[in-house]
Design a protein around this ligand. Structure first.
Ligand SMILES: Cc1ncc(COP(=O)(O)O)c(C=O)c1O
Length: 356
């Protein structure tokens, strides 16, 4: 990269004047812990999904944990999880007392492979389907009699697939509002379920103070400071979708022959959380990473090989060939809505100038 030129960040939260004003209003109100802004966030999700119940929490990890717990995924239960996913899934399953069963993913969407699920975890009474980087998992094909499905929408808030709004099909949907997510409060999470009693079971656990009877609970609350930021950003979710889609279109137009991308990036309902380029092999991916960095464009390997869930559990990598290949060949380009037109032009030109 030319000396003195700033690197385009791979990710960066976009905080507007309206976001600051919303947070300021909470700070000035004298009530900064869980309160009316959290209640408004929960009401927003119930409205978005046309019913059910919602419970806001301190993180997406907490949302996964309490969704599992509320659905009864405790000791003795097996939970199918995708091999190509972050370790928050394993943490939640173990914390709930259940056992994870790792399943390989599809090469086009990077989501749980229904055929691999039938092969590798047919007995699992629970499954966590991640809509990876915004790509819809095939929820209908993952469902089976006696199986409860959690849709992990931490990377797909606002996404719509052929089966409808992502999160609407399973027994529960979980969301994260971490700093790099589609909408952020710095940290935060939420469980929505069409069954209001599932959301109530989550709420029952979230807060230990002032309870009439004792059961072990934990403080997993979101603050109104965080919720105000999330609510303010949710109000412009459609603008976030359009900006992310416009960036994705520019990269698609600039993609050189020899590279491919995750499926569905041009779909109308897509919430493009990441723009992931696939190289033919590891050496080409590394060459692309160096090329983009030299052009001043911050890129990231979204999941490194050592982070794959089957590797963490010391399972045989040969049983998870798709995840292994994705980890070695994928590179994520900046797609955050704060990217300026000039930065986008610079990144797209760098991409089109790469020769695999
Ligand atoms: C798919 C997925 N599930 C769960 C999580 C956990 O969310 P959090 O970081 O808010 O705990 C994340 C984010 O890291 C995620 O990307």
């Amino acid at each position: 990269m030319a000396p003195g030129r700033a690197m385009i960040p791979h990710n960066r939260p976009l905080i507007t004047a309206e976001d600051r004003a919303a947070v300021d209003a909470v700070l000035a109100s004298g009530w900064i812990a869980q309160g009316p802004a959290v209640a408004a966030l929960e009401a927003d999700f119930v409205r978005r999904y046309g019913g059910g119940g919602a419970c806001a929490l301190s993180s997406g990890s907490a949302a996964l944990f309490l969704a599992l717990k509320s659905l009864g995924a405790g000791e003795g239960a097996t939970v199918a999880v995708p091999s190509y996913a972050c370790s928050a899934l394993l943490n939640a399953v173990y914390l709930a007392g259940a056992t994870p069963k790792v399943v390989d993913v599809l090469p086009d969407s990077f989501c749980l492979d229904p055929a691999a699920l039938a092969r590798q975890a047919a007995e699992a009474a629970f499954a966590i389907a991640v809509h990876t980087y915004g790509a819809p998992a095939d929820v209908a094909a993952l469902q089976a009699p006696g199986r409860q499905l959690i849709e992990d929408c931490c990377q797909s808030l606002g996404g719509v697939g052929v089966q409808g709004q992502l999160g609407s099909q399973g027994e529960a949907a979980v969301f994260s509002f971490y700093a790099t997510k589609i909408v952020t409060g710095g940290q935060g999470g939420l469980v929505w379920s069409k069954a209001a009693d599932v959301a109530e079971a989550v709420r029952y656990y979230r807060q230990f103070d002032c309870r009439e009877s004792y059961v072990p609970r934990f403080n997993l609350q979101m603050t109104d400071i965080q919720a105000a930021l999330v609510n303010s950003q949710l109000a412009r979710l459609e603008a976030i979708r359009s900006r992310r889609q416009a960036i994705a279109r520019s990269y698609l137009a600039a993609l050189p022959a020899g590279l491919s991308v995750q499926s569905g990036l041009a779909d109308a309902g897509r919430m493009a959380y990441r723009f992931v380029v696939l190289a033919p092999d590891l050496a080409t991916r590394e060459a692309l990473r160096r090329h983009m960095e030299q052009a001043g464009v911050g890129c990231a390997v979204p999941i490194e090989r050592y982070e794959l869930l089957h590797r963490y559990l010391k399972l045989d990598p040969a049983d998870f060939p798709v995840a292994e290949r994705l980890a070695d060949t994928s590179l994520s380009l900046p797609i955050h809505p704060g990217l300026s037109d000039a930065q986008l032009a610079q990144a797209a030109a760098a991409l089109s100038g790469f020769r695999p």
